[in-house]
Write a protein that binds this ligand. Structure first.
Ligand code: SF4
Ligand code: SF4
Length: 385
């Protein structure tokens, strides 16, 4: 590997410490100077590492578990949130837990996905800054070192992690990174929404002072592995760039998703993570314009995946008679120049047949242009002259 891109964290981090267990923990804060360049060849190699991880997920997860597990660290495999909650109840008993420290829940998809706040409320476990147990969202797990990568944990510190008696980490099966050389590339690419360059990052392997439990949760993600095209969605960094440019998402907002996952990548994954029946509408929340792919730092073929999902939807006969009819009408319209040239008033009338009146009341439906694209384009060119 080119030295420019080889990131030696143990040298670059002043805060590197060595625990009695021999595991190294370190922080890489946003202000740390690093020898790092975002070149297209580095991104291609990073993407290859992500692809390798997804294609060899079972082996990489096992590799991680073997390196992470020792007498202070344990992994819990969870098929779904019920598995998580059953194991947590046992841990609460063993450690006599009455209160938990939970970081800002809004920053953590996995906590919102699990509904952890409601579980704790039902179990009568209080939330407290100095709780008996502390929960963390593990942004990535590193299979080559058995370390956990924590991003943007504003109030966290080594001291908090290494000196607390019991830490519980939560992650999902798609959050593995096979090579620690890429953690800074990851940090850089997911810091898009941080507003301040790179997010602070902690790489944690454990400490003799504390017990560390890690939940690795499937929650239907293994369904994404079944199809070669759709599998690529597991490479997503969840950086949010595509959400900001998608004209459909920017128009319809989060409401039609009714889920913690929203936007272009949710169009691909939700029908698999939930059911096709309940999420087939989001497969069509896309005009295939390609803006999401232009901004995606790892150029995921989002359109291809959406089209593949649509093929599966048809192949599985998941559209009812009315939906098939509506799609047939839309197809005829879109393929007919004379029909596309009808007045905006008629187009609006036809479009409204597809949209419920409740939705129309609560959302702004964009107006059709008074003239077709060819005419308005010609005018623009003429005016330009
Ligand atoms: S291709 Fe689809 S998902 Fe991507 S930006 Fe365009 S409308 Fe949104
Ligand atoms: S699809 Fe690409 S742009 Fe969208 S969240 Fe994933 S990595 Fe980011």
């Amino acid at each position: 590997m080119n030295d420019d891109f080889y990131l030696n964290f143990l040298d670059s981090s002043e805060k590197a410490i060595e625990s009695n267990a021999g595991a190294r923990n370190f922080a890489l804060n946003a202000e740390n100077e690093v020898n790092f360049k975002l070149s297209s060849s580095a991104i291609s190699r990073f993407k290859a590492a992500l692809r390798y991880t997804v294609e060899n997920l079972d082996e990489e997860l096992t590799r991680f578990e073997n390196r992470f597990t020792n007498k202070h660290n344990a992994v819990f495999w969870a098929t779904d949130y019920n598995d998580v909650f059953e194991s947590l109840k046992k841990l609460f008993k063993v450690h006599k837990v009455k209160s938990v420290r939970l970081p800002n829940i809004n920053n953590s998809t996995v906590f919102r996905e699990l509904g952890i706040k409601y579980f704790l409320r039902d179990e009568k476990i209080a939330l407290a800054e100095d709780g008996d147990m502390q929960f963390f969202n593990a942004d990535r797990i590193l299979s080559d070192t058995g370390a956990i990568l924590l991003l943007n944990q504003t109030n966290n510190s080594f001291e908090r992690l290494t000196n607390h008696k019991t830490n519980v980490f939560f992650t999902t099966i798609d959050r593995v990174l096979c090579n620690s050389d890429w953690v800074e590339m990851y940090q850089q690419l997911v810091s898009y929404n941080s507003g301040s360059g790179r997010q602070d990052m902690i790489v944690f392997r454990g400490s003799e002072n504390c017990n560390n439990y890690l939940f690795i949760i499937d929650n239907q993600r293994s369904q994404l592995l079944k199809n070669k095209e759709i599998r690529q969605s597991m490479m997503c960094l969840q950086c949010g760039r595509c959400n900001d440019v998608c004209p459909v998402f920017q128009t319809i907002g989060e409401e039609p998703y009714n889920n913690v996952f929203v936007g272009p990548m949710a169009n691909v994954t939700l029908p698999y993570l939930e059911t096709i029946e309940s999420y087939k509408h989001v497969m069509f929340a896309c005009t295939l314009c390609g803006r999401c792919e232009e901004v995606c730092p790892i150029s995921l073929p989002i359109r291809e995946m959406i089209v593949e999902s649509r093929h599966l939807l048809i192949a599985e006969g998941a559209l009812d008679k009315m939906e098939r009819r509506l799609l047939g009408v839309m197809r005829k319209m879109l393929l007919s120049r004379s029909k596309m040239n009808v007045s905006p008033f008629i187009k609006k009338h036809l479009l409204y047949k597809f949209i419920s009146s409740d939705y129309r009341k609560s959302h702004r439906i964009p107006a059709f242009s008074k003239e077709n694209f060819a005419k308005s384009y010609k005018k623009t060119i003429e005016n330009g002259k």
